[in-house]
Design a protein around this ligand. Structure first.
Ligand code: NI
Length: 173
């Protein structure tokens, strides 16, 4: 296991559409374990492979209070069970420091493969439903800032770009 680097908005690699996983093997499980470690280290509740520059359809989530319940979803597909919108203040490890209200369907069914490559099905509502939809968006090259106004998105973009320039300058100083 190792800590992976998380790409940050507006990195164009976050816009790539991830390809389906063809085989769940040891190499893939190692990436999944590193993703879980990286998510905990960054104090996140979800991480999509796209965010660590791996363009395969897989994600990890842990919405438990004490980081004790890591969940793995390979090739996740969702079906909306209740379209009634649930508003939730979302953040993202790829958009550090920014939180915006986003509305998403409140209840979904998830079909995916687990870490052994076995298919499973589960229903999600509340924070888990929000999180899984947010992470699947990443696999499609979409970010939560796409749901806010263009003006707000531009503001977030320029603030993060400025921060990235400062970090670069510090690293080379
Ligand atoms: Ni995110």
């Amino acid at each position: 296991m190792s800590l992976l680097t998380i790409l940050e908005f507006p990195d164009p690699r976050l816009r790539r559409k991830a390809a389906p996983v063809e085989q769940v093997d040891d190499a893939l499980r190692e990436i999944l374990d590193s993703m879980i470690e990286t998510m905990y280290h960054a104090k996140g509740i979800g991480l999509a492979a796209t965010q660590v520059n791996v363009h395969k359809r897989m994600l990890v989530i842990d919405v438990s209070e004490d980081s004790s319940d890591p969940m793995v979803f390979v090739n996740p597909e969702i079906t909306v069970l209740d379209p009634e919108p649930l508003g939730h203040e979302e953040g993202c490890l790829s958009v550090p420091g920014f939180y915006e209200m986003v509305s998403r369907p409140r209840k979904v069914r998830i079909n995916a493969l687990d870490r052994r490559g076995e298919p499973f099905e589960t229903e999600a509502e509340g924070i888990l439903a929000v999180c899984v939809q947010h992470e699947i968006d990443h696999l499609d090259g979409k970010l939560f800032v796409d749901y806010v106004s263009a003006l707000k998105r531009e503001r977030i973009k320029s603030k993060l770009e400025k921060e990235h320039r400062l970090q670069k300058a510090e690293a080379s100083a």
